[in-house]
Ligand binder design. Sequence first.
Ligand code: GAP
Length: 543
Amino acid sequence: MNNKMEKIISLAKQRGFVFQSSEIYGGLKSAYDYGPLGVELKRNIMNEWWRSMVYEREDIVGIDASIIMHPKVWNASGHLSGFSDPLVDCLISKERFRADKAPNLEINDEIIIKCSDKGQAKQYQKDINNLFGILLRRNGKYLEGLRVINNTTFGFFENESDKALKTFNFNGYVSPTIGSPFLSEERQFNLMFRSQLGPVDSIGDIISFVKKNKDLNSKKLREGLEKIIKDTAVYLRPETAQAMFVQFLNCQQTMSMKIPFGIAQMGKSFRNEITTEHFIFRSCEFEQMEMEFFVEPGTQKKWLNYWRDKRLEWWKYYSNDPSKFIYRSHKKDELAHYADACYDIEYEYPWGYDELEGIASRTNYDLKKHSEYSGAKLSYFDPQKVDKKTGRNGLRYTPYVIEPAAGATRGLLVYLLDAYHEEIVKDAKGNDTLRKVMKFHPKLAPIKAAILPLVKKEGLPEIARKIVSNFTKSGINVKYDEQHAIGKRYRRHDEAGTPYCLTIDGKTKEDGSITIRDRNTMIQERIPADKALEIIKKKLNLF
Ligand code: GAP
């Protein structure tokens, strides 16, 4: 794994940002828990998004819909038939992977199977011989002798020979870990998590079906069983978006919204991802911040560009290095079935540029489909417009939609990466030492200020607690901290990303002053203790 990612993962655990889910049981793959600092950081990111989308705009309203929706929603949206990844098994290592993410090989490329050690190479050499009747040449931990012949065939060749001793069907790619071309056929794997609502006994139905249909072949049996399960199935939402389409009329009518207007929602989404990767970048349970902006047909391009620029600006505002955020236009063959154009906002992660948010022009696809499947008339009547077809006042149409769809948990990873800094500084003895500091934007910082009595006696804790109480009464998250020497406490709060440390010392009792230490510059100055709240509010630009 990349060095910076390793550092972030380790700091995230040590400081309480992100833990592996169910760690004491060995962890659950691709599921994560947000710890005491992580939950604050995530909420701050999401609250900032909500503020910019809902509170600061008259043309957007919010909703909080249920995660389980009517199963027909996913029929109409196309998720039941189309939201799938091509899944393949390596017949040698048993690795299961996504075909579209696997390494491709060209005609005449050598196919070298790379095992983890000699023992594994010997075992795989034997397995391949048993399964396919060819003895590959072993070179240490590598197995050699295979080559791509054309797009659909690979062959086994003896040393120097141009003529294949045996040929096999080729998928065009090899398995990601060992590079094996011995693969199963591709199967479509739906990414939605399936469950059941209420006291449904599909196992009972399955038993009777199997008993009644003992003579069916595997394909027919599978079809029958799929039908039984599908008839009673509900799904965890794979995106928050669909509720905004389904509740379009309710929101528009109850809030008397006029086009253009938007509906925003943030919350959990679930995808049974085959490839989970890069820590919390791609996980099975994650949070999204999505907004569907309904516009008049013909104006979608203007609004697409508007939201692209707005959202890019938003991500940059909270970052230390705005140059790492870019946007990229989707090529025609990348577009989702519902989109006529799309931009990705990308961040330069340690492994390169990759997606952070998508801004899609979704046409009127979703409203039309939900109208068709539900029978509800999901359209908009504008009394100010003239219907060109009839020449009469008033125009009814199905709005087009621009959708900025961001990942909140992916955004948290981006801001962890952006905040992480290492600096060489002098310690108390004048020696060089490494300082790790999380330079979060103050609005995102989990703790806004640490209140630190220099010692745990002489009345200093009492003064410190009074200051803490002033802050918490104002709704500002500060932390009282008296554990360890002051230098160690400063370092702890540097790693937590706390913008300011307020220290109560002997002088406080004499003249009522305390020190304020700036996280980024480490400069300390004295301020009156009774002005601390006002000064921090001003510095953080909080109210
Ligand atoms: N409604 C459109 C939609 O959901 P998407 O591009 O599939 O579009 C939007 O998802 C954003 O959600 C992505 O840009 C990404 O930030 C986040 N996201 C999607 N799948 C994710 C996953 N498995 N883990 C973490 N974040 C994910």
